[in-house]
Design a binder for this molecule. Structure first.
Ligand code: 5AD
Ligand code: SF4
Ligand code: FES
Length: 345
């Protein structure tokens, strides 16, 4: 097993079989995490990139079985921020020192292309990098956002098991999700994707396929988090993913994709009070603190136990900086684009 970890650390290449072997045992986890931490340090350094996350609408036309924002969830008060609020939160995030804004929402069609273009142009005029995370759109829509100045796009594949994907995301097609990721790459976005760990019916083989898929499409960012069952969804009684398995999938992703950006996700910290810091010491180099203000944080309820729901943007900014400095790392002053490196021996 140690030879597989060494191979991953030095060649950044593993077979599916080797990945499954590592996922199947917990005996070498510390070695795996330490190797991912060394690769992180060697390729992307000690700087941590912060992305200010604005959750601007919890209205979603989709019905994913695992997600609290699904359209059939009647137990959720819905909101959408006004254009002015979104721009105001972005300006405040800039004043806290963020260099990237992430605009995230459910699939809310009321934000049409001209509206999104206006928001994108206003934020780009503040001299920030801009990431969108607003779901499946047409190629023309993606092209229009790009033309307005959007730099990056996050769209998790969730799982590369087509049958599982289509069972959990009724009405959505795996083919269309792949089409979206392909269009985004071709249009010149930095593309982020990722998966949920611990979905009902998901196997270790399937998680290995996910990791190999991230590499095959040359994703620029990979966000990995445990599936956390939400009581207001059909998967309320499911088991959910574990912190450790999510961390292992993340560490393996770092070993195979040494120069990409990998966030320490909020869902990781929901399962472990030190989750983001442990993730930053096991391959991650990005954190996405919430910069949404007021009650909206509570209402963006993907899953229960989400951290920071009663905190302010200013508090989170100071909190995360303290934690990052506490492990001898520093907050980056740059935009945090992926710096592609030649992957050699
Ligand atoms: N647990 C963890 N993550 C979830 N997401 C949606 N529902 C859950 C859940 N119950 C994630 C999905 C989606 C992202 C915005 O939130 O991976 O892509
Ligand atoms: Fe909507 Fe995304 Fe939740 Fe699916 S995962 S219901 S698309 S917000
Ligand atoms: Fe929000 Fe620590 S990052 S309270």
């Amino acid at each position: 097993m140690l030879n597989i970890i060494a191979k991953a650390e030095h060649t950044h290449d593993l077979t599916k079989d080797e990945i499954v072997k590592l996922l199947a045992t917990d005996e070498y986890n510390q070695e795996l995490f330490a190797a991912a931490d060394r690769v992180r340090k060697r390729f992307v350094g000690d700087e941590v990139h912060l992305r200010g996350l604005i959750e601007f609408s919890n209205i979603c036309k989709q019905n994913c079985l695992y997600c609290g924002l699904r359209r059939d969830n009647q137990n959720l008060k819905r909101y959408r921020l006004t254009v002015e609020q979104i721009i105001d939160f972005a300006r405040k995030a800039k004043s806290y020192g963020y260099k990237t804004i992430v605009l995230q929402s459910g699939e809310d069609s009321s934000f049409d292309v001209p509206t999104m273009q206006h928001i994108i142009r206003e934020i780009k005029a503040m001299d920030m990098a801009l990431t969108l995370s607003i779901g499946e759109k047409t190629r023309e829509e993606y092209a229009a956002y790009k033309e307005a100045g959007a730099d990056r796009y996050l769209l998790r594949i969730e799982t590369t098991d087509k049958a599982l994907y289509e069972a959990l995301d009724p009405g959505m097609s795996f083919e269309n999700r792949m089409r979206c990721l392909r269009d985004l790459k071709e249009l010149g976005y930095e593309v982020g994707t990722g998966c949920l760990v611990g979905l009902p019916g998901q196997t270790l083989e399937s998680l290995a396929d996910d990791i190999l898929f991230f590499k095959a499409i040359d994703a620029d960012m990979i966000g990995i988090g445990p599936f956390i069952p939400n009581p207001d969804t059909p998967l309320a009684g499911a088991k959910g993913g574990t912190f450790t398995l999510s961390l292992k999938v993340m560490a393996l992703t770092r070993l195979l994709m040494p120069d990409i950006n990998i966030p320490a996700t909020t869902a990781m910290e929901t399962l472990d009070p030190h989750g983001r810091i442990i993730a930053l010491q096991s391959g991650a180099n990005v954190v996405m603190p919430n910069v949404t203000e007021g009650e909206y944080r509570q209402l963006y309820a993907l899953y229960p136990g989400k951290i920071c729901i009663n905190d302010t943007p200013a508090h989170c900014r100071a909190c995360i900086t303290g934690k990052i400095n506490g492990i001898g790392r520093k907050v980056s002053a740059g935009y945090g684009y992926r710096q592609k490196k030649k992957i050699g021996q």
